[in-house]
Design a protein around this ligand. Structure first.
Ligand code: PAF
Length: 278
């Protein structure tokens, strides 16, 4: 496994890579969710590259950029065990050289609502870094988790709009045995916060059950989820039942819909989602 920190070296390594290249973009502090993406890439591609870059551009003022969890040594050991070929760990000035101005912005309901509304500038940062990583690594395939469902859709839109020839693969959420969706930010949770955070997966499971039993009223699903979250004492940023492709809010669940949640548990912001299939 080669660890690479410069764009020049990554470009050369990509030129020399044989066969198909799979990229798993990450911000490090890896968990089973990331590793499941790495395993998919390993199974589907000849060369596997993982990027580890805590992207300053996708954090807003007052967000957790400075305290975002990092453990480079552990990440590298995990990736070595998974048979990864290339790890790209650039410093910020390699990704954003002085005078950088090549910002990428996806607009429309797919990017402006939900995370876009609550974290202004977030998707501009994500879209820009992903476009930049794709130009540097030139993967044939790139792997992202469904936990960031809106991010995945923004990236797919970006590929379409820029005409980038990357196959964007979305993979299911990986959960802890008690249902909590894996996230690097779970490291922030105190035992009490962690117990309250289970209200996310509980709300999702209740909604799935309601839809299985025939409920089609999106307002009912939103209100029930909000009640479960409120009862756990978490701060709700949004509860949305949206068309799974366009992310437009639905009144009736007459097609596959995403139930998307964003909450604050103490100082930690968590998101989760599930697909509701009528
Ligand atoms: O999902 C993440 O970890 C990040 O948003 C990504 C896609 C690596 C871009 O920084």
């Amino acid at each position: 496994m080669r660890t690479i920190t410069t764009v020049a070296e990554m470009t050369a390594a990509r030129d020399a890579a044989a066969g198909s290249v799979g990229l798993v973009p990450t911000m490090g502090f890896l968990h089973e969710g990331h590793l499941s993406l790495v395993r998919d890439a390993r199974a589907g591609c000849d060369t596997v590259a993982v990027s580890i870059f805590v992207n300053p551009a996708q954090f807003g003022p007052g967000e957790d950029l400075d305290r975002y969890p990092r453990d480079e040594e552990r990440d590298l050991a995990l990736l070595r065990d998974e048979g990864v070929d290339l790890v790209f760990m650039p410093p910020p000035e390699e990704v954003y050289p002085p005078g950088f101005g090549d910002w990428v912005e996806v607009r429309g309901p797919i990017a402006d609502r939900l995370e876009g509304e609550h974290r202004p500038g977030h998707f501009r940062g994500v879209a820009t870094v992903v476009a930049r990583l794709f130009r540097i690594v030139r993967p044939d395939r790139a792997y992202f988790g469904e936990k960031d469902a809106q991010q995945l859709r923004v990236i797919r839109r970006l590929m379409r709009d820029l005409g980038l020839p990357v196959d964007v693969v979305g993979r299911p959420i990986v959960r802890e045995p008690d249902g909590l969706a894996m996230s690097s930010r779970n490291a922030y949770l105190s035992p009490d916060d962690r117990a309250r955070a289970l209200s996310l997966s509980r709300s999702l499971a209740e909604a799935e059950q309601s839809v299985r039993e025939g409920e089609r009223d999106a307002s009912y699903i939103r209100e029930a989820a909000r009640r479960t979250l409120d009862a756990a004492g978490v701060g709700v940023d949004y509860v949305s039942v949206a068309d799974e492709n366009t992310l437009e809010e639905l009144e009736t669940i007459d097609r596959p819909a995403l139930l998307l949640l964003a909450v604050r548990v103490g100082a930690t912001r968590l998101i989760d989602n599930t697909l509701l299939v009528p």
